[in-house]
Design a protein around this ligand. Structure first.
Ligand SMILES: CC(C)(COP(=O)(O)OP(=O)(O)OC[C@H]1O[C@@H](n2cnc3c(N)ncnc32)[C@H](O)[C@@H]1OP(=O)(O)O)[C@@H](O)C(=O)NCCC(=O)NCCS
Length: 369
């Protein structure tokens, strides 16, 4: 950067999207890989792109993915941070940091309660308050193939209403899944199609949708993008068996605890992954989301009330539930993230077991950004 280069940060307008797409190819992926995520994502507004310019030329970019995820079945608005990139020749000058800092100044005032991102350079984001969230990847080799008495077919657009409905029902009580409306679904079909995928639906003999699976077609183990079932795990095995006929029996994915048994214990291994990070963006909006959930848990367990202080990257706030009679130890951002997404394994033997039950957590890879 020339010593006197004029550096500015601003939000994009529609006129900038072309230049953003040109910059993203510095990920060493073709422009068409990114286009559907910008041109077919109904949640994308050009103002979700933050631009850093040197002397008026685009040097770095960051995108906010406006998503709502479920937390114990309740919607929470999340700013997903992604497509963070600095032009090669401009790296190491603090541009990505400046973009993060500027976006962090604005996002808390825009209705986002929390932020999530995935990275392989966590130190960069730690500085700005994001903390790691453990994720378990399932690595599995399908042994015995499971037949299915019903029908398994490729997804067709006519299936979308029932598929979307089953997705909503199956995930209703989980933590992590993205809330999808029809527009999001259609957009997602476009941007996942950019990377060819297999999308299979299973129906019972009376035509009822019993489940579906989506996988991508990257090399190596088959990445399951999501596995959604009405009830029976056997349907899941049958769907994966069908996938295995074409792609081999080695799978890798993220599954909620309730779905792990789709693989037999001797077929699967859990691998701890780093890279997922989160932080509170607006402590008031965050509290408004979690307080009713936590208060209800206490009430259901007949606990008169409790108080707890949250010390987050967005500031501290004390939550009062019921009569607030029991003071609990404060929670820092990292503990909070762990309790929010994973809950406890019910061994504390005290009120924390009630407040933070184990969560059926998953971020379906289909919603990655
Ligand atoms: C990652 C990236 C956006 C950083 O952009 P940048 O403008 O150079 O970042 P900054 O100058 O603000 O650097 C911030 C800090 O992150 C560190 N950092 C940047 N890239 C890094 C990398 N690949 N590995 C480890 N640390 C890295 C820098 O050393 C710097 O720390 P310092 O202040 O102690 O020197 C840029 O390298 C890039 O575009 N990479 C390719 C795209 C990519 O991987 N994006 C995903 C990021 S999750």
């Amino acid at each position: 950067m020339a010593a006197n280069a004029h550096v500015t940060v601003r939000r994009a307008t529609a006129a900038d999207v072309d230049a953003v797409l040109d910059l993203l190819i510095e990920y060493d992926l073709p422009r068409r890989h990114f286009e559907p995520q910008y041109l077919s994502d109904p949640t994308y507004r050009p103002t979700d792109s933050w631009l850093l310019e040197e002397d008026g030329r685009l040097a770095a970019h960051l995108r906010v993915f406006d998503r709502t995820i479920l937390v114990s079945g309740t919607g929470m608005r999340v700013a997903g941070i992604g497509n963070v990139i600095t032009r090669r020749l401009h790296r190491g000058r603090g541009h990505a940091s400046r973009l993060l800092q500027t976006a962090l100044g604005a996002l808390p005032g825009e209705g986002y309660a929390y932020s999530l991102l995935g990275t392989d350079i966590p130190d960069l984001y730690r500085r700005f308050g994001w903390v790691p969230i453990t994720q378990w990847a399932v690595s599995a080799t399908l042994g015995r193939v499971t037949p299915w008495r019903g029908e398994i077919k490729r997804f067709a657009l006519d299936d979308l209403p029932v598929v979307a409905n089953l997705y909503a029902t199956d995930n209703a009580h989980r933590t992590g899944p993205t809330v999808r409306d029809v527009a999001y679904w259609r957009g997602q079909l476009a941007w996942l199609d950019a990377e060819p995928e297999m999308f299979l639906v299973a129906r019972t003999s009376d035509g009822t949708l019993a489940g579906y699976v989506r996988v991508d077609r990257s090399e190596g183990p088959t990445h399951v993008l999501e596995l959604i079932l009405r009830t029976e795990l056997e349907v899941g095995r049958a769907l994966l068996s069908r996938v295995a006929e074409r792609r081999g029996r080695v799978f890798q994915t993220h599954l909620p605890c309730s779905r792990l048994d789709v693989f037999y214990p001797d077929e699967r291994a859990l691998v701890g992954e780093s890279g997922l990070m989160g932080r509170v963006l607006n402590v008031q909006s965050f509290v408004e989301t979690v307080q009713p959930i936590w208060a209800q848990r206490l009430q259901d367990a007949g606990v008169p009330g409790a108080r707890i202080r949250l010390d987050t990257s967005a500031g501290s706030r004390e939550l009062n539930m019921g009569d607030g009679s029991l003071m609990l130890p404060p929670l820092k951002e990292e503990q909070l993230a762990d309790l929010l997404f994973h809950g406890r394994d019910q061994t504390a033997g005290d009120i924390r077991d009630i407040l933070f039950p184990a969560q059926d957590f998953v971020l379906w890879p289909a919603d990655d950004f």
